[in-house]
Ligand binder design. Sequence first.
Ligand SMILES: O=C(O)CCC(=O)C(=O)O
Length: 289
Amino acid sequence: MGLRRLAHEDASLCAVLGAKSAPHLTNKRLIMLDQKQVDDFFSSGLSIVENLLPPAIIDAALAEMDALYDNDEKPTGIIGYPTGPGFEGVFQHPHLEAAACDVLHADAVELVSGATLHTLPNAEEWSYNESALHVDIQYNRDQLDARPIRMLVTFMIMLDDIPADRAPTVISPGSHQLIADHLGSEPAYQEHPTNIKDLPDLDYAEYIPVSGKKGDVAISTTGLIHGGSANAGDSARKLLFAAYAPKGLDLRFNANRTDLRIDWLEKLTDVFDDDRKHIAATTLADLKK
Ligand SMILES: O=C(O)CCC(=O)C(=O)O
């Protein structure tokens, strides 16, 4: 994929940080991403990075996901706000915090949302449903041009390989920017998702599948036009979403799920390591206002 960027290697730091990517410390904080990855996120809404999270963290989240869907109640589909040690290791991970700071040009970020996306094989041939394409949160020009950027970043963490026929999310690269240009300084609708039929008719780029290997992380935004696709493969698509925002950005998205989000963030904060509990503190305080 043209947008794909590989994190380069730095054996010594990686040994310390438990990752193969090339994090480095400035006098202020950990830096995870290079300039191209940061720029791709801004312009295309997608940058795919290898080795952002240590393999043991991916394996623990995969085991948690397998256990979550190994029951008759919910054998497949999306589960919002999941808990369990395997997911908690991801949500509180300092590499995601640092990468979110990088792409949002923020000094501090907070965890705001999470979900598991599981799709069992369900089709002979791969396709996606054009009428279900949507944007979860729209952003206007002022929000994208602010520093820190006033938007969420969503990490799409591939817990297993997602080849092009295994229900990859499809996106129109750069569509968040076209919508922002169209809106200018007009307020952007953010409370609930907007279907493609209700979005402005702009010159959107062709849809591409966000595919990758186990452990890859697609750094993206649900401000892109996106949607699910069919699984024409022979095993399940296993994807974990984790979304972060600049600390103090009080976006009122998923407005009908505020209580669920409070409950989820409180449960997580209770079990996060002592030095990681800050990762949802302001968000929780804002949600309770
Ligand atoms: O199944 C997918 O990959 C699409 C998920 C999606 O559209 C969403 O979470 O808003």
